[in-house]
Design a protein around this ligand. Structure first.
Ligand code: AMP
Length: 401
């Protein structure tokens, strides 16, 4: 991948800089209830302000479906951001239009403006040209610091870049590309990949792409049961995809051909019932090594022998990438596997440890080890598509060296 230019590569002094950030934050009673995404954007914003730029921020929030809906207004973010920056943030009631253009013209160096939710306009998600042009009129330089939406070709991530000459990445975006891209393209070896989650069908392209790069792949979660079926095992009532057994078999074959160590769970925690809503399970036990899962029972987590083996592999790694939980980690009784893997990853302080987005991020945060891993991706779908080797429209649109 050619290196994209970043905010450090361009002169922003005195310029109007339009920054696509991810301020898709949870709101409760009209207040920001988790400000981590706002905090995450601060390094880029502060850098631009230090360099004397006029900073215009834009984001989506929730799914207002192309209509103005006060529930999804970004206004509460403006006051939160102003507190964090220690300076006023001017909130504009729209993201495009004459009034916005006038307000932006009045800006002075070091001023910050936050535009209203991009998705109040249908044209944002449709990548409408008019909207892209209207956004572009606000900017002399465009910055994308919202990796989580980079897999979507929207007016604010793709269209706008056609009408702005200088388009670069912010620091968050740069970090995502460095860890999910560079560190997995040219990993320090051994490179151990841990994949879990619900479905083989969701992750097969990632598995396929990583089979070309990894030394070892550890599989957990319900996904492992489709692989168990592919090996002729029985999985009882576990979540599995019998119609994807051929895909799983092909992955196993590819691993063998490429000399990739492909490890499936050797034991599982099984239960005779699960009530996801109540977060409870019925009777539970661990299977013996290699034992089939009987009918009437469901695999919900990896067992202790698997935890020990996976942890050993992780301890010897120089690069670790983890995507997808090892079990139904939302239920306390079934979170031991995911938490143990989180501990193992965090415990290997000599490796580059990358948490590749989605539910494994939640598992890492819940287990309290987030500050002991090298990088936690902010993307869900974007991280997966990037790891699949797809070109993300929001990344492809940026200038390269
Ligand atoms: P994904 O989005 O593909 O990473 O999948 C995450 C989901 O997989 C989580 O909601 C987990 O509860 C679920 N999951 C992981 N292991 C299992 C399992 N053994 N049975 C059912 N669901 C599982």
């Amino acid at each position: 991948m050619s290196a994209v230019k970043t905010v450090k590569d361009v002169d922003v002094s005195g310029k109007r800089v339009l920054v696509r950030v991810d301020f898709n934050v949870p709101l409760e009673d009209g207040k920001v209830s988790d400000d981590s995404r706002i905090a995450g954007a601060l390094p880029t914003i502060k850098h631009l302000l230090d360099k004397g730029a006029r900073v215009i921020l834009m984001s989506h929030l929730g799914r207002p479906k192309g209509k103005r809906d006060p529930k999804f207004s970004l206004r509460p973010v403006a006051s939160d951001l102003a507190d964090k920056l220690g300076q006023p943030v001017l909130f504009l009631e729209d993201c495009i239009g004459d009034e916005v253009e006038d307000a932006v013209k009045q800006m002075k160096d070091g001023n910050v403006v936050l535009l209203e939710n991009l998705r109040f306009h249908e044209a944002e998600e449709k990548n409408g040209e008019e909207m892209a042009r209207a956004l572009a009129r606000l900017a002399e330089v465009y910055v994308n610091d919202a990796f989580g939406t980079a897999h979507r070709a929207h007016a604010s991530t793709d269209g706008v870049t056609q009408f702005v000459d200088t388009c670069v990445a912010g620091f968050l975006m740069e970090k995502e590309l460095k860890f999910l891209g560079d560190h997995t393209e040219k990993p320090d070896r051994p490179f151990v990949v841990i994949l879990g989650g619900a479905k083989v069908s969701d992750k097969i392209k990632v598995i396929d792409a990583l089979l070309e790069k990894a030394d070892t792949i550890l599989i957990g979660g319900a996904m492992a049961y489709t692989f168990k079926l592919a090996q002729g095992g029985k999985v009882g009532d576990s979540l599995s995809e019998p119609d994807r057994v051929d895909v799983a078999r092909a992955a196993l074959k590819k691993a063998e051909e490429r000399g990739v160590t492909f490890m499936l769970p050797v034991d599982n925690m099984i239960v005779d019932s699960v009530d996801f809503d109540a977060r409870t399970v019925g009777q539970s036990r661990f299977t013996g090594e290699g034992e089939d899962i009987p009918d009437g029972w469901e695999g919900v987590d990896i067992g202790p022998k698997t935890i020990a083996r996976f942890s050993r592999e992780i301890a010897g790694a120089k690069t670790v990438l983890w995507n997808g939980p090892m079990g139904i980690f939302e239920i306390e009784a079934c979170n031991k596997g995911s938490f143990a893997i989180a501990e193992a990853v965090a415990g290997n302080t000599g490796c580059v440890s990358i948490i590749g987005g989605g539910d494994s991020v939640k598992a890492v945060r819940k287990s309290g080890v987030s500050d002991r891993v090298s990088f936690i991706s902010t993307g869900g779908g974007a991280s997966l598509e990037f790891l699949e080797g797809k070109t993300l429209p929001g990344v492809a649109a940026l200038d390269t060296h």
